[in-house]
Ligand binder design. Sequence first.
Ligand code: X2W
Length: 287
Amino acid sequence: MKKQTAMNQDWIATARTLSEALPYLQRYEGAIVVVKFGGHAMTDADGLENFARDIVLMRQVGVNPVIVHGGGPMINEMLDKLQVKSEFVRGKRVTDQATMDVVEMVLSGQVNKRIVQAINAQGGKGVGLSGKDANLMVCRQDDPELGLVGTPDEMDTTILHSMFRSDIIPVIAPIGMGREGQTFNVNGDTAAGAIAGALRADRLLLLTDVAGVKDGSGEVVTALTAQQIRDMTADGTIAGGMIPKTQTALDAIERGVRAVVILDGRAPNAVLLELFTEHGAGSLIRA
Ligand code: X2W
């Protein structure tokens, strides 16, 4: 008999991992999972390739993934090149018409197609769209001080359901249209929350560059209720850049999303770990 090598020990572990995933695969069969992929999480090519492989695997096992992406750093880079000045107020980019033109070009053109291509390179069927396509996301102006920043106002997810039936993975740029012909810049997290809410998604995964929601001693809390989030925000435990994420989570849950997970998108196989293992990842928030 052949001696067991370290190599085939690895294969045995892989087979066991697959076997143990069965109840999770069964649980998520047919589920809708919206994944927000932020600009900071997509800066390196390997990270994008791994992300795309995980998404294609999700689709392969019967989940309906929807990608909503950001691209803040890529927008900044292009604005710099074109010497258009840009500033943020309360976490949102003040957007005049010149800025809007660049935002749409970068998000719908460059970033969206990069993700679509990465998914298709892994054997998936990614199709890119923005909130303008098939009236997916009609917006109103958020705050006049911010210019062309939009708040999702009316969603039509018909196109996404047709895509699910055709085995297509939708990849959505956070651009909305206004009722008077405007184009609106929508924060990526806000767009992901609105789309997840309109779909009554089973999960909204917010991939960020931190491990999750931290308690007073800096430890990541793995499970939280909406009320705990409100309390931790009121007493200052949740602060800074985490506030828009947890606010998106609360809004999404209110609209009927079953649970929202805030997790580190740079961790290897973050979405698979969250969906298909007992371990989970990041902070899970539910009603
Ligand atoms: C964002 C849209 C992109 C985004 C912006 O212009 O940067 C607003 O601020 P990340 O990578 O997810 O941050 N829109 C209104 O949200 O990108």
